[in-house]
Design a protein around this ligand. Structure first.
Ligand SMILES: [Zn+2]
Ligand SMILES: [Zn+2]
Length: 168
């Protein structure tokens, strides 16, 4: 888990603190499949900016997830660019002015990064946008072997007739 203690920061309004963090990401369960971040620790730009009434946090990184293609089950790699912000009021009267990722002056960067990636995932993770998927008849990968089935020949009785014809 990557976290950042805010106690060490002594920023005055208008000042900012920039950092490079290594943020650990978990594997993601998505559509019943597992997607693993490679690398697990993602280099992340981290900026804290002190405003008059609170603090703005921002993180930016590029997650790369490896897992099966939704259509053909081949390996798919998904790049997820993330750039998100959170705000924490200095003396919040309102829950909306606090970020859920700060507890006792510690920012849970891992939890924030994980949620940001989960929210940025597309509906379907594909090996390529035009993936042809698997053949519903024989299960072969249609990207490797584009084909269609002749309906008549799918009937085993025709196969027998075919072999008879060939032997004549
Ligand atoms: Zn595919
Ligand atoms: Zn087929």
């Amino acid at each position: 888990m990557t976290s950042f203690s805010l106690r060490q920061l002594k920023l005055r309004p208008g000042e900012e603190h920039r950092d490079e963090l290594e943020v650990e990401l978990p594997a993601f369960e998505f559509g019943g499949q597992r997607y693993v971040p490679v690398p697990e620790k993602v280099p992340t730009k981290f900026v804290v900016t002190r405003a008059n009434t609170g603090t703005v946090f921002s993180i930016a990184f590029r997650a790369r997830l490896h897992g099966p293609c939704y259509r053909c089950l081949d390996d798919a790699v998904l790049e997820v660019p993330i750039r998100v912000r959170e705000y924490q009021a200095s003396s919040p009267d309102d829950e909306e002015l606090t970020t859920p990722y700060v507890t006792d002056d510690v920012l849970d960067v891992s939890a924030w990064a994980r949620d940001a990636v989960a929210l940025a995932l597309p509906d379907k993770i594909l090996c390529r946008p035009d993936c042809a998927g698997l053949c519903p008849e024989c299960g072969k990968n249609l990207n490797d072997e584009p084909h269609t089935h002749d309906e008549e020949h799918a009937d085993p009785r025709w196969a027998v007739l075919e072999s008879l014809k060939e032997s004549l």
